[in-house]
Design a protein around this ligand. Structure first.
Ligand SMILES: Cc1cc2nc3c(=O)[nH]c(=O)nc-3n(C[C@H](O)[C@H](O)[C@H](O)COP(=O)(O)OP(=O)(O)OC[C@H]3O[C@@H](n4cnc5c(N)ncnc54)[C@H](O)[C@@H]3O)c2cc1C
Length: 455
């Protein structure tokens, strides 16, 4: 019953806004993890938000597409990414409470979004100094195998002499499901009185005097109309640069979209079923994994097939290629080299796990292309923009340049974006450090560097 009511509220909210001509308070472009998190955080703060998403409510592409992302905390002292992950978890707990209260039930849980499991890091002897720094006064729980004997004893792994293994154990470290999270964020927004329009693509965006003029086109009917708004959030992932060109042209130069691939593999079901329960459990305990080699191979269990065989998602953080057409890149098939790379690295890891899996036992199920939005430092932006007169425009926030790190900190980025737009802050040292790295001061520094590089 409560499900029926929520769907009805959602539909009503979407339909009732169709003919609106009022001036919006805040418009957000993009309903991926970043736009949705910002939308929720603003709605929670009493703002009536209009979120525009060019896709249907069921996504088929975008950086947030899929059902698993690594959620991990382990970092050196004062690491902003650990901080962002922890803040995002705390904010997500708040969202779950809000949804259950709104529905007067207990339908929603953190486990719908997070799958807690150990996170394994493969490091190399050449990185020993970095590893020592990482583990010094480390507050997160971990186990460390600096050599073969410890790896065998602690994890039942057979590793080469050059390798060291770290395993992180923390609640809500493991993987998170972007599809489930986005769906709950949208529900939260609607319950709080905000509106989401799907199939509405922003085709032009400019600022006229104090108002944003946003032209949108319905992707199903082709119908166009213009929306006015006092404030604006750009969270269009890899489309951000082109989209905000008339308001903040610098972002096109500061954020570069690059193609990556994801491959989905599984162990031949006959072989998988012949494994002992202990071996199957070893697989479960050993994903997700990040191999900090030059490509940064990472892999996680995306989900399980109908017979309970894990589907392994595989990618390479640094295996990036140029994009010729952003709208078409999502359909680009994987080439043989990419499939072979995925199989080789997976097999290498399964061998380290001492599992009897051969090359021919690994099945390639499917793959797709996806996109990272990259900044030069690989650190995201959550920032107001700077006008031509070098003034901070507090009516505009961009959340972007998320590379491969955004998902685990989703609601934290949304929290910061919402604070920037509402002129709120947090005096804690870590919050201020994070602002320093992501926000206006950083943008100014980057713009300075850009100008020096140009002239
Ligand atoms: C392959 C891959 C692996 C990753 N792995 C991890 C991981 O393990 N851990 C982790 O923490 N992070 C990971 N990330 C990063 C994380 O997934 C991204 O940082 C995050 O999804 C970015 O979300 P976004 O909202 O910025 O972008 P998107 O999800 O791309 O959202 C942008 C949205 O804007 C919409 N849009 C664009 N243009 C318009 C327009 N003109 N009008 C209306 N709507 C528009 C798009 O349709 C889209 O839905 C990974 C990313 C990728 C690509």
């Amino acid at each position: 019953m409560s499900r029926f009511i929520s769907i009805t509220i959602l539909l009503f909210s979407v339909i009732s806004c169709e003919n609106s001509t009022r001036i919006e308070n805040v418009v957000i472009i993009g309903g991926g993890l970043m736009g949705s998190s910002t939308g929720w955080e603003l709605s929670k703060n009493g703002q009536k938000v209009l979120l525009l998403e060019q896709q249907d409510s069921i996504y088929t592409f975008g950086s947030s597409f899929g059902e698993a992302r690594i959620s991990r905390s382990l970092g050196p002292k004062h690491d902003i990414f650990s901080y962002l992950q922890q803040m995002s978890i705390a904010e997500t707990k708040g969202l779950i409470v809000y949804l259950n209260e709104s529905e007067n039930g207990k339908r929603h849980s953190m486990d719908d979004i997070y799958r807690t499991s150990p996170v394994t890091y493969i490091r190399y002897k050449s990185q020993e100094e970095e590893v020592n720094l990482l583990l010094e006064d480390q507050e997160d729980q971990y186990e460390y195998a600096p050599d073969r004997e410890h790896a065998r004893m602690l994890f039942g792994m057979e590793i080469p002499d050059s390798v060291m293994i770290i395993r992180e154990y923390k609640e809500y470290s493991g993987t998170l499901n972007p599809k489930a999270l986005i769906s709950k964020l949208h529900m939260g927004m609607v319950y709080a009185g905000s509106t989401i329009l799907y199939n509405e693509k922003v085709i032009s965006l400019k600022k006229v005097n104090t108002l944003y003029e946003i032209q949108i086109e319905n992707t199903k009917t082709g119908k166009r109309r213009t929306i006015l708004s006092k404030k604006m959030v750009a969270a269009a992932g890899p489309y951000n640069g082109a989209l905000v060109e008339m308001i903040a042209p610098h972002f096109k130069r500061l954020i570069t979209p690059k193609r990556l691939f994801l491959a989905f593999l599984k162990i031949d079901p006959a072989i998988y079923n012949s494994l002992s329960n202990e071996q199957k459990d070893r697989i479960k305990q050993s994903y997700p994994v990040a191999d900090i080699n030059s490509d940064i191979f990472y892999s996680m269990i995306e989900n399980y097939d109908e017979n309970g065989v894990p589907i392994l998602k595989v990618g390479g953080h640094f295996l990036r290629t140029d994009i010729h057409d952003l709208d078409e890149v999502w359909k680009q098939e994987l080439d043989m080299q990419e499939i072979e790379w995925s199989k080789e690295n997976t097999l290498n890891y399964l061998r380290m796990l001492d599992l009897p899996v051969q090359d021919e036992d690994l099945q390639f199920i499917r793959g797709y292309s996806c996109v990272y939005s990259l900044t030069e430092s690989e650190i995201p932006y959550v920032t107001n923009t700077i006008t031509n007169n070098m003034e901070v425009d507090s009516t505009f926030v961009l959340v972007g340049g998320m590379s491969g790190v955004g998902a685990k900190g989703s609601l934290a980025y949304g929290f910061i974006a919402s604070n920037l737009l509402l002129n709120k802050t947090d005096s804690s040292a870590m919050y201020q450090k994070t602002l320093h790295d992501l926000s206006t001061g950083r943008l100014l520094r980057d713009l300075n560097n850009l100008n020096h590089a140009t002239y």
